[in-house]
Design a protein around this ligand. Structure first.
Ligand SMILES: N[C@@H](CCC(=O)N[C@@H](CSS)C(=O)NCC(=O)O)C(=O)O
Ligand SMILES: [Fe+2]
Length: 320
């Protein structure tokens, strides 16, 4: 899904059978739209139970929306009663139906407020996720090599077309004993996102790779024919160059690349395309660093309030 003000992509990955899903990089303003989609698709709450993080819970009782007003960027604080019906009803639909979302973030964003805080506050048991190195608050902190499991289903060999390679890790279950027949073993398929630390745009940036390596969600580390800037949030061009070459370009060439932003109308690329055609990342490391140090881009419009808000997991809203 696309958020047009910050040109952000949010990705919803769901498992048809278990209905478990994850939401990558939700944006505060479009959280109601994402909630509505989750509802329509009949996806369900992934984790149950109360949040353990008291600090995050302490901000309940209000919500906030950000926007660019006549006098520039501003953060509007709203009481629950002031929120529009569409906004409120789609969020409460999530609560009523116990639908899912496990909002996970590729990094502490500078250009928009994450939707994670709003979703976790309205969904009891919905846990926000970000890397430990981001320094940002979240329910779950992840590190390089950690996997986020979001779906599991059983397939019988009959359901899988002959000769087709079986994606994902398969856990073969032993044939049933004592029936007199040797039934073909069923296989349990586990869906997961592997966390690959890809610092450089920020120190806490991660890339999420689906466990069959068919898709990578690169955040702002690798954009289509571009990459994240390195001139704020402790960015480092040399670190980014090595992250992309070692953690992303080593994936299979046909692995689909889904970035957190696009400013030119692109939606998806592949590792092979970026490895060979990305005008920044095909340079030598030295040339790349020189180019990144001289981009002279204007600051993101929301940076002054988005970063502090995202360090607190966005904004929180009441659960009742
Ligand atoms: N104009 C936008 C901000 C654009 C921007 O700086 N994008 C970042 C990713 S969001 S932190 C970036 O890394 N861009 C790289 C590039 O080459 O453009 C706004 O005001 O929000
Ligand atoms: Fe960013």
């Amino acid at each position: 899904m696309f958020e047009p003000v910050s040109c952000t992509y949010t990705y919803l990955l769901g498992d048809r059978e278990s209905r478990e899903a994850v939401l990558i990089d939700p944006v505060l303003e479009t959280a109601p739209r994402d909630a509505q989609l989750i509802k329509e698709l009949g996806l369900r709450l992934l984790y149950a139970g109360q949040s353990r993080d008291q600090t995050l819970g302490s901000q309940r009782g209000w919500a906030a929306v950000s926007g660019v007003g006549r006098r520039g960027p501003e953060l509007l604080s709203l009481r629950e009663k002031d929120l529009g019906w569409d906004f409120r009803s789609s969020l409460y639909a999530l609560l009523d139906l116990s639908l899912l979302s496990l909002p996970v973030n590729t990094h502490c964003h500078a250009d928009h407020i994450t939707g994670s805080g709003l979703l976790r506050s309205l969904l009891p048991g919905c846990h926000s996720v970000i890397s430990r190195l981001s320094g940002a608050q979240a329910d779950l902190h992840i590190e390089d090599g950690d996997s986020i499991h979001f779906g599991r289903f059983v397939i019988s060999p009959k359901r899988w077309p002959k000769g087709e390679p079986v994606p994902f890790t398969l856990h073969q279950e032993p044939p049933r004993q004592g029936t007199g027949k040797t039934a073909a073993p069923a296989a349990r398929v586990v869906l997961a996102l592997e966390t690959r630390a890809s610092p450089g745009h920020t120190p806490g940036c991660v890339t999420f790779v689906l466990n069959d390596q068919s898709m990578a969600f690169t955040g702002d580390a690798l954009l289509i024919r571009g990459c994240g800037r390195t001139d704020f949030q402790q960015g480092c061009a040399k670190t980014l160059y090595h992250s992309v070459h070692e953690k992303i370009f080593t994936l299979p060439g046909d692995c689909l690349v889904y970035p957190a932003h696009d400013y030119h109308g692109f939606t998806v690329s592949t590792v092979e395309e970026e490895r060979t055609l990305n005008p920044r990342l095909t340079l030598s490391c030295e040339e790349f660093v020189k180019l990144m140090d001289n981009l002279n881009l204007p600051k993101p419009q929301q940076i002054d309030f988005a970063v502090p808000a995202n360090m607190r997991c966005g904004v929180q809203t009441p659960t009742s």
